[in-house]
Design a protein around this ligand. Structure first.
Ligand code: UT7
Length: 369
C-alpha cells in the first residue's frame, strides 16, 4: 500500500503593515465602497522593505515545523509555490533551505500562479506516496506588492503579501491528501501576466517605460473563468477521493474575490457556512491564500481530525486545481523547536559553508595557476 501524505504542521506569516481601502483611495481613483462591494476586500498586508518572499516563507515554515515537532534536517523536500520569487533563479526554495538549515532537502520553486499551492501539495503528495520522500514542506509565499503598478486601480486593490506553509509526512493510515486535480489552459495566458523581465521581454529601458514589469490583468475574463473552473475542479477532486459533496465539512478556496467564491458555492449547492473566507483582511495573497486560510480556519476551531476539506484555486496560466484533504493533525512527537535558535544555527552553518567555499577556491587557484 502506498503511504498517505498527512498534513502534520502548518504556519503562516504576514507583514504587520496593513493597507486599508481608505488609504488606497488616496492613491488611485477608487473607494472603499467600490472595492468592498466588487471584491469583498477591506484591507491587505504589505511587506516592509526588509521583508521578502523568502523571509516570509522562512517564518511560516519554522512555525509549521514547530507544530509538526520536526527539525529542518528531517525534511526531504521543500517546494515553494510563488508568483513573486526573489529572483528568476536561484529558486526561492533554496534560500529557504539555507535559512532554516534543511540539510537533507531537495528544493525547487513551482510556478502555477495562484493555483501553485494546490499543485505543490499534489506534487509533494505524489513524492510521498511513491516512497521517494518521507517528509516535505510545501510553502506558498508572496510579495506581490513589489510587482503591481500602484497607479493601476484594476490590479493594485486586489493583492497582498504573506506566506503559508504545510509540513507533509508519510503514514500508512488513510488520511491527509486523498485526491487532487490539476488543469491548465495556456490559450488564456494573456489574461493575467507579468510579461517583462523574462527571456521573451528581457528588461530594457523600453520594457520599463511600457510597464511590462508590472502585473497586467483582464479582470472580467479571469472572473468568468474562475467561477466556471472552481466548481468543476471541486466536483472532480471530491469524486476522485470517493466522496460526495455532502461529505465535505469545509471548503477553503483561493481568496481572490468574494463574488467568485459565492458563485462557485452556489453552483455546488454548498451553503456559505461550509466555506472559510478571510479575504476581507488579506486580499489576494496568491499562492499563500489557501495555506493562510487553513491556519486561520484551524485557529477558529473550524478543522477537526476526520474532517474532509476541499482546497480549490485558480490563477494565471491559466491554471486551476483542487485537493481533498482529510484533516489529521500533528503526529505525537515530543521534540520542542525553538525557531530563533534554528535560524541562528542555519546562519552559522551558511556562513561556514560560504567561508569553506572561498578557502577551497583559493586553494584550487594556487594549485592550478
Ligand atoms: O488570483 C487570480 C487573480 N485575479 C482575479 O481573481 C481577478 C478576477 N476579477 C475580479 O475580481 C474583478 O473582475 C475585478 C474586481 C478585478 C473587477 O470587478 P468587475 O466587476 O469585473 O469590474 P470591471 O473590470 O468590469 O469594471 C467595472 C468598472 C469599469 O468602469 P467602466 O468601464 O464601467 O466605466 C472600471 O474602469 O469599474 C471600474 N473600475 C474601478 N472603479 C473604481 C475598475 N477598477 C476600479 C477600482 N475602483 N479599483
Amino acid at each position: 500500500m502506498s503511504p498517505y501524505a498527512h498534513i502534520t504542521g502548518w504556519g503562516m506569516a504576514v507583514p504587520e503593515r496593513v493597507l486599508t481601502n481608505a488609504e488606497l483611495s488616496l492613491m488611485v481613483e477608487t473607494s472603499d465602497e467600490w472595492i468592498f462591494s466588487r471584491t469583498g476586500i477591506r484591507e491587505r498586508h504589505i511587506a516592509d522593505p526588509e521583508q521578502t518572499t523568502a523571509s516570509l516563507a522562512v517564518e511560516a515554515s519554522l512555525e509549521a515545523l514547530r507544530i509538526a515537532r520536526l527539525k529542518p534536517a528531517d525534511l526531504d523536500l521543500i517546494i515553494v509555490a510563488t508568483s513573486s520569487p526573489e529572483h528568476i533563479f536561484p529558486a526561492t526554495a533554496c534560500l529557504v533551505q539555507d535559512r532554516i538549515g534543511a540539510t537533507k532537502a531537495g528544493a525547487f520553486d513551482l510556478l502555477a500562479a495562484c493555483s501553485g499551492f494546490i499543485y505543490g501539495l499534489n506534487m509533494a503528495t505524489q513524492a510521498i506516496s511513491s516512497g521517494s520522500v518521507h517528509t516535505a514542506l510545501v510553502i506558498g509565499a508572496e510579495t506581490l506588492s513589489r510587482l503591481v503598478d500602484w497607479k493601476d486601480r484594476n490590479t493594485c486593490i486586489l493583492f497582498g503579501d504573506g506566506a503559508g506553509a504545510f509540513v507533509l509526512q508519510a503514514a500508512e493510515e488513510r488520511a491527509g491528501v486523498l485526491s487532487a486535480v490539476m488543469r491548465s489552459d495556456g490559450s488564456g495566458s494573456d489574461l493575467l501576466t507579468l510579461p517583462g523581465g523574462g527571456s521573451r521581454f528581457p528588461t530594457t529601458i523600453d520594457t520599463v517605460t511600457q510597464g511590462l514589469h508590472y502585473v497586467q490583468m483582464n479582470g472580467r475574463e479571469v472572473f468568468r473563468f474562475a467561477t466556471r473552473v472552481m466548481s468543476q475542479s471541486t466536483q472532480e477532486a471530491v469524486a476522485k477521493a470517493g466522496l460526495r459533496l455532502e461529505d465535505i465539512q469545509l471548503v477553503i478556496p483561493h481568496q481572490a474575490n468574494q463574488r467568485i467564491i459565492e458563485t462557485a458555492l452556489k453552483n455546488l449547492e454548498i451553503p456559505p457556512e461550509r466555506c472559510f473566507i478571510n479575504l476581507d483582511r488579506y486580499g489576494n495573497n496568491s499562492t499563500a491564500s489557501i495555506p493562510i486560510a487553513t491556519c486561520e480556519a484551524f485557529t477558529a476551531g473550524r478543522l477537526k481530525p476526520g474532517d474532509n476539506i476541499v482546497m480549490v484555486g485558480f490563477g494565471a496560466g491559466l491554471t486551476w486545481g483542487a485537493a481533498v484533504v482529510e484533516w489529521s493533525g500533528p503526529f505525537h512527537g515530543v521534540r520542542k523547536l525553538r525557531p530563533a535558535r534554528l535560524r541562528l544555527y542555519a546562519r552559522i552553518r551558511s556562513f561556514i559553508l560560504r567561508l569553506l567555499r572561498r578557502i577551497d577556491a583559493w586553494m584550487w587557484g594556487r594549485n592550478n595557476p
